[in-house]
Design a protein around this ligand. Structure first.
Ligand code: G6P
Length: 608
């Protein structure tokens, strides 16, 4: 979603701001803009479209200055247009504001401000902030921003500059992420560390309802009531190369190919094969507390929700504990039954998804303990959870999640092992799971060698308008994930279904034009799925099968087969999803779609 970058220091800020925006392009946006203090006033340049359009605009008349803010917008209030793009100015053009989030009481604030004579230009909720700051201006930018924000209901990550208080960038957050980048004689602010990673790895994460005042010489953090807050400087461990394409045409393809390494990182140092134990340092739960858990509730959105479903199957099978998986957005609004004997596991790649965060807070409010399974270190969910497990997948830039999904599943397997051990389950079963988990990276490497074959299959199906994905048991969530991947990046309508449920509806769709992707691996559901495949074949559906190497029965029934190595049932998703990721990727590129930034989607959905 929207991205923010701000700079104050000795350098010309325009190239730093544009580069920062580019690094956040992956989040999804529809317009972009900058505001720069140039010694005479505030210069704002903004337009709809890609950052390249903004670059063309600034190249025509480049604003000079060393203090500025910039923004990529993903429209919520008001269509994508030049006027609605950020930054937004007040009546006299002294205060420029960029904002992520939603100001819920913007209409009443707008009416009050209009009554006082303020003139609005845009349809955005954000513009009320510039006018409120103008209204409260009394010689100090941070005081005016604090006074304005005290009136605001909703969520925000903001950055503000003014030619009336010219060497400052003031930032504040509530609900939307905002991070300070601490440099040498220069300082940064951004909604995403990747925007400033080229300049500094020293960061300070702001808490909710906190502000930061940046100058080239330093920074200070405070509450909206102007009480100083101490926040530690943390070191980012990512390398710049991790947020670059490294020779791949798209981030998504790079991330698919990174999966063997990611799984290794997710399990490294956490497994003890000899004893069947797993070590997880950040759970903040004693063995006794884990034994007393009566139920697990897993909350997530999108791809992370599919990983949660696989976690449910594993935890129920290995730990014999009831597990419920719920969309975070539904959970938070339906008065759920949850309390101190429940353990909530919140899964989120970004750690910032608004619905997931709100659902976690709701569960905590009702007395449950929450564990966060996140990728982004220092994200809001990671910090507010009572304990957690990082998946260590490294930055995921492609909007369609791939390596985070498999890393989440790997970490859920490690957590399952830990809980099974603590609850006294059979150690031999655990040892087998550990042994098989360690073999997964090499098996994914083998699947990745089928890429050229998958390109050929994608060519055959690139013109399709519909596609059905069927799987059973552990492969049912994989069918959902395969269908989601295809929808997200190629805009082909796709549905995932439990293979046996096909008879209760989707079978009516099957004809010689309908591609059906079958997940038919040698697992406990195998015979049944094979029967379902015969039912589709009898109706002349076109079958693409994901099957276990050497399976002749599948070869006889399917039009195309992509082979994967054998593994035990709970780990099959780590393998069977990989060809589906590649298939969607190639269908999308053949159709000319923008794979890394699909239309209307955002990497991190920070509004509900
Ligand atoms: C968005 C992304 C998806 C992601 C979902 C949940 O919809 O486009 O790829 O699965 O959010 O994100 P999270 O960061 O919470 O895992």
């Amino acid at each position: 979603m929207c991205g923010i970058i701000g700079y104050t220091g000795p350098q010309r800020c325009l190239p730093i701001l544009i580069d920062g925006l580019r690094r956040m392009e992956y989040r999804g946006y529809d317009s972009a803009g900058v505001a720069i203090i140039n010694g005479k006033g505030v210069v704002v340049k903004k337009d709809v479209g890609k950052i390249a359009a903004l670059e063309a605009l600034v190249d025509a008349d480049p604003p000079h200055g060393t203090i500025g803010i910039a923004h990529t917008r993903w429209a919520t209030h008001g269509e994508p247009s030049q006027i609605n793009s950020h930054p937004h100015l007040d009546c006299r053009g002294h205060f420029a504001v960029v904002h992520n989030g939603i100001i819920e009481n913007n209409e009443s604030l707008r009416e009050t401000l209009k009554a006082k004579g303020h003139k609005f230009r845009s349809e955005t909720d954000t513009e009320v902030l510039s006018h409120l700051i103008e209204e409260y201006w009394d010689g100090s930018l941070e005081k005016a921003v604090a006074a304005a924000l005290r009136l605001v209901e909703g969520t925000y990550g903001i950055a503000v500059v003014s030619d009336l208080d010219p060497d400052k960038v003031v930032g504040a957050r509530k609900g939307s992420p905002l991070v300070v980048g601490v440099g040498n004689g220069e300082n940064f602010i951004a909604s995403d560390v990747s925007a400033m990673l080229a300049h500094t790895k020293q960061v300070v994460y702001l808490g909710d309802e906190e502000m930061v005042i940046l100058t080239p010489r330093g920074y200070r953090t405070q509450t909206l009531n102007e009480i100083p807050v101490d926040r530690e400087i943390e070191e980012i461990t990512w390398e710049l190369s991790q947020i670059e394409k490294g020779g791949f045409p798209h981030f998504m393809l790079k991330e698919i190919f990174e999966q063997p390494k990611c799984i290794q990182n997710a399990i490294r140092g956490r497994l003890m094969e000899q004893t069947g134990e797993a070590h997880l340092g950040g759970l903040n739960l004693t063995d006794d507390e884990l034994r007393s858990v009566e139920r697990i509730v897993m909350l997530a959105c999108g791809t992370s929700w599919h990983a949660a479903m696989i976690g449910e199957y594993m935890l129920e099978e290995y730990c014999r504990i009831p597990v419920e998986v719920e969309y975070a957005s539904e959970f938070r609004y339906r008065n759920p039954v949850i309390g101190p004997n429940d353990l909530v596991i919140v899964i989120s790649q970004s750690g910032e998804t608004a619905d997931t965060l709100a659902a976690m807070r709701e569960a905590q409010r009702r007395g449950a303990r929450a564990l966060g399974i996140c990728n982004t270190v220092g994200s809001t969910i990671a910090r507010e959870a009572d304990g957690g497990i990082y998946i260590h997948a490294g930055p995921e830039i492609g909007v369609a999640s791939t390596k985070a999904f498999t890393s989440q599943v790997a970490v859920l397997a490690v957590f399952t092992l830990h809980l099974a051990h603590v609850r006294g389950m059979n150690p031999e079963v655990n040892q087998e799971l550990i042994h098989e988990l360690k073999a997964i990276p090499a098996k994914i490497e083998r699947i990745l060698k089928s890429d050229a074959q998958i390109v050929e299959i994608a060519k055959m199906f690139q013109k399709t308008t519909n596609c059905l994905y069927l799987g059973r048991g552990y492969n049912f969530p994989v069918a959902l994930e395969g269908a989601l991947k295809l929808k997200e990046i190629s805009y082909v309508h796709a549905e995932g279904y439990p293979a046996a449920e096909m008879k209760h509806g989707p079978i009516a769709l099957i004809d010689e034009k309908m591609p059906v992707v079958f997940l038919c691996t040698r697992d406990s559901a195998y015979d049944k799925v094979l029967n379902n495949m015969s039912e589709v074949r009898a109706r002349r559906g076109r079958i693409i099968a994901i099957a276990t190497e050497g399976d002749e029965s599948v070869r006889e029934r399917a039009d195309q087969v992509i082979w994967i190595p054998h593994t035990i049932d709970p780990l099959v998703p780590l393998l069977s999803v990989v060809p589906l990721q590649l298939l969607s990727y190639h269908v999308a590129t053949l159709r000319g779609c923008n794979v890394d930034q699909p239309r209307n989607l955002a990497k991190s959905v920070t509004v509900e």
